[in-house]
Design a protein around this ligand. Sequence first.
Ligand code: HEC
Ligand code: HEC
Length: 316
Amino acid sequence: MKPIVAGVAGTVLLAGTLFVGAVISDKILGDANGESKESAEQTKIPTTAAAQSAVYAPPSIEEVPDGPMKETILNGYELVNNTHVAADEYVGNQLSCTSCHAGAGIDEQAASLVGVTANYPQYIARSGDVVTIEERINGCMVRSMNGKKFDMNSEELEAMVSYFTYISEGVPIGAEREWAGTSTMKNVPIPDVTNGEELYAQSCITCHAVDGSGTGANTGPALWGENSFNDGAGMARMSKMAGYIKTNMPIGAAGTLTDQDAADLAAYILSQDRPEWANHDKDWPNGGRPNDIMNKEKREQVKNGTIDWEKVLSTN
Ligand code: HEC
Ligand code: HEC
């Protein structure tokens, strides 16, 4: 999608090529994280076309140059790659950021975080507000990690943001990251939960265990139960879960599942019990709440056979 440069109240000339909107209208609407790219409204800091060409070429963690930033970047990498150990007092489950953002955010297909610091601050429809990168990390902390927020000036956030900035080298401010949002399925087929259960037993239990509790945050993370993400996480939505499975799983044979298989698996996984998010009613305060969030009510409906999948999947 070509972002439309609209609602720019002032522009600044940078390096002769790049125009950055200095004021973001507080009326902008739209969806975040590739959820509804049809929206013509600007949600990211607007830039001219010259800033749009972003190339996927993150530096590796082995190449961090010596100097005063090195320890902080390496600490950030550790916090992202081994979160439930490195920040155990903040994490409420057995996941690390790597459990979803594979390769500590460097893997191109699995919710890549390369270039993420060039895309924040950003308007996020779920929050109904402009969100900084620190706030976005805390969003994954309280939902995907079922844990607590880091303090705004904590060493943890400082280190993670330093690491994300390091792997975002060369991505221009406001660039469209073609590789972001690839894990969202646009049209999710009506799922068959029983088939999902069979597929799960065939292709997933070696790493994720029969009861979904997993074999380790970075070898086969918990997919449901108390050590998994809560139902306020992006991954608790059918479109995100099915898309992630289709693009990335099973490891070693990624890309072999059909959309239907991935939807069946997603429906089976998301109909199992998981921690509940207490603030569903505060999400999407300006409207646009998607129907595919698999909360407790929908899990019950799957169990008692009353779920209306057409309706659940109607906004995707
Ligand atoms: C259970 C899976 C899961 C875990 C664990 C997780 N995230 Fe996320 N995260 C997501 C999903 C899904 C998105 C939305 C991405 C999308 O829609 O493309 C996201 C989005 C993000 C974004 C915004 C990305 C963007 O392109 O705008 C950041 C930053 C982020 N996560 C950081 C983290 C950090 C840091 C951790 C660990 C503390 C973490 N996440 C743990 C699933 C997860
Ligand atoms: C060989 C081991 C392996 C197999 C088999 C496998 N996974 Fe995974 N899975 C992983 C690893 C490792 C991760 C962490 C991300 C990464 O490294 O790619 C992961 C992450 C995930 C995630 C995101 C993390 C979370 O907690 O939600 C989902 C969803 C998932 N797998 C579903 C599946 C499904 C469904 C299957 C079967 C079709 C499957 N996986 C088969 C190893 C495996």
